[in-house]
Each structure stands twice: as C-alpha cells, then as structure tokens.
Design a protein around this ligand. Structure first.
Ligand code: APR
Length: 251
C-alpha cells in the first residue's frame, strides 16, 4: 500500500461540502485498474503502433479497416471491463457535493457506468459510432465488428465517435469544461500524463483562476509544479480515501 497524506486537502473539504465547485479531470490512469491499458504505459501500444499513428483522420482515410481493428480491440476490452473503486468513489463524491464536474479524456463510459452524472467527455465516446457522411450516430457495434461498419441510413463508412489527433473538440463541451475549470475552487488531475492539449491546459487555467490543484498519479507529470498537493498513489486508493473524508465531513 502506498503512503499518501491527505492533510493538504482536508481544510478544503468543508468548502466543497458547502457548495464551492470541484472539477476532476481524469485520464486513462483512472481506468487502468479496470484492466484498460493506458496509452503511454505498458500495453498501450497496439500491434506496434502508437495511438498518435492510428487515432487520426489521415490514418482512417488511408486505411479505415486497420483503424477499425484497433477500435474493435479496444471495444472488446471495454465490454469486459467494469468501473473500479476510483470511478465508484467519484460517483459517491458527486452525491455528497452540491457542485462537482468530471471532465474526462476517457472514451470508455466508465464514469457514467459507476453512477456519475455530471461528466464532460472531452474526447467523445467509444460506445457510439458516427457516419462519416450523414453524421447519424449509432451504438457501437456489439460482438464481432465487420471490417468496415457502414451507416444504416446512407451506406457510408462509420467511424468511432471519438476526437482524433488533429481534430477539434466539441465547442460546447470544451466551453463547459474551460468555464468549470475557471470557476472551480479545487481541481483534481487524476491519472493523466497531461501531455495532450487542450485537456492539459485545464489545470493551468484552474490554477491561474485561483483554484487549488491536486494531482493523483503514481508518476510525476508536468502538472506537479502547479499543484498545491500531490498524491503519488493509484486512483483506486486515493479517491476512496477522499470520498471517505468527505463522508465523515458530511455526517
Ligand atoms: N492511478 C492513477 N494514475 C495512473 C494509474 C493509476 N492506477 N496507472 C497509471 N496512471 C497514470 C500514468 O502514470 C500516466 O501519467 O495515468 C497516466 C496515463 O497517461 P496516458 O497513457 O498518456 O493517458 P492520458 O493522459 O489519458 O492520454 C491523453 O491521449 O492518446 C490520447 O486521446 C487519448 O485521451 C487520451 C489522451
């Protein structure tokens, strides 16, 4: 069990319980303990490809079948996964706090599956496929995925409804996430390497707007210099401890 000390955070918990806003930015590390590999950690490569080489519009235009095989692999892992103690602790925290927003880079839907409601999915969702022509959306194919799934409305190729490298985030989702970061009192950065923009800029935005930033990650990341506190341990250890401290404060 890793040692971490919640002391730097404890004084702020009554403020959160009283309604000052909390934002939690999550990345692949939150889902690591559900058995989903992170992108830049062990198991993150797929058949020797980096995500940056497959998750692009150019890769899809060049070779959509290979890109779909990558997503079929990820969907298969996701169908076998369930929320872990970290996801569940965040859902408990949301029930205790008047104002809490999760901003996630994850496309796995595990925050919602754990019961979180106020979730902004910056990078879209793997659970939906979108037509490359008419933009119709469908639940992602179940079971074996055809080499190139097609739209039931117009017959064009479907693509995963995720944001690829080089594509813009949904303006409405980004605007909600950046406003939440600017307005919050406390900002947690959990399980992200903080190297992919623009999500990586949210912690800086929050810190510049006066929020206390806390990092939860076993490894050091570029966020550390901004942080009022760092908890160098796994999300599934630290988040339940924070939820328990909030529960004691609310009792
Ligand atoms: N608890 C907390 N953090 C963890 C855990 C854990 N159990 N296990 C690993 N981590 C941390 C790693 O130390 C690393 O800093 O999670 C981070 C995962 O980093 P990345 O693999 O880079 O994932 P992420 O930051 O979410 O990637 C951002 O890149 O490929 C794109 O679109 C994709 O949304 C993704 C984006």
């Amino acid at each position: 069990m890793s040692a971490f000390d919640l002391t730097p955070l404890l004084d702020l918990l009554p403020e959160l319980l009283a309604g000052r806003p909390l934002v939690v930015l999550t990345g692949a590390g939150v889902s690591a303990e559900s058995g989903l590999p992170t992108f830049r950690g062990p198991g993150g490569m797929w058949e020797g490809n980096r995500p940056e080489d497959l998750a692009t519009p150019e890769a899809f235009a060049r070779d959509p079948e290979t890109v779909w095989r990558f997503y079929a692999w990820r969907l298969e892992k996701l169908r076998a996964a369930s929320p872990n103690e970290g996801h569940r602790a965040l859902a408990r925290m949301e029930r205790l706090l008047p104002r809490m927003t999760i901003v996630t880079q994850n496309v796995d839907g595990l925050h919602a599956a754990a019961g979180s409601r106020n979730v902004l999915e910056l990078h879209g969702t793997l659970l939906v496929a979108r037509c490359t022509d008419c933009e119709s959306r469908f639940p992602a194919p179940e079971g074996p995925i055809p080499p190139l799934p097609r739209c039931r409305v117009c017959g064009a190729a479907l693509r995963p409804d995720v944001v690829w490298f080089g594509e813009a985030l949904s303006p409405a989702t980004w605007s909600a996430a950046s406003s939440a970061a600017e307005e919050c009192a406390v900002f947690f950065v959990v399980g992200t390497s903080s190297v992919v923009a623009p999500a990586s800029s949210l912690a800086l935005l929050a810190a510049r707007s006066g929020a206390y930033v806390f990092e939860i990650n076993p490894e050091k990341t570029p966020i550390a210099p901004l942080a009022a506190g760092v908890f160098r341990a796994r999300a599934a250890e630290v988040l339940p401890a924070i939820a328990a401290a909030l529960q004691r404060g609310a009792a």
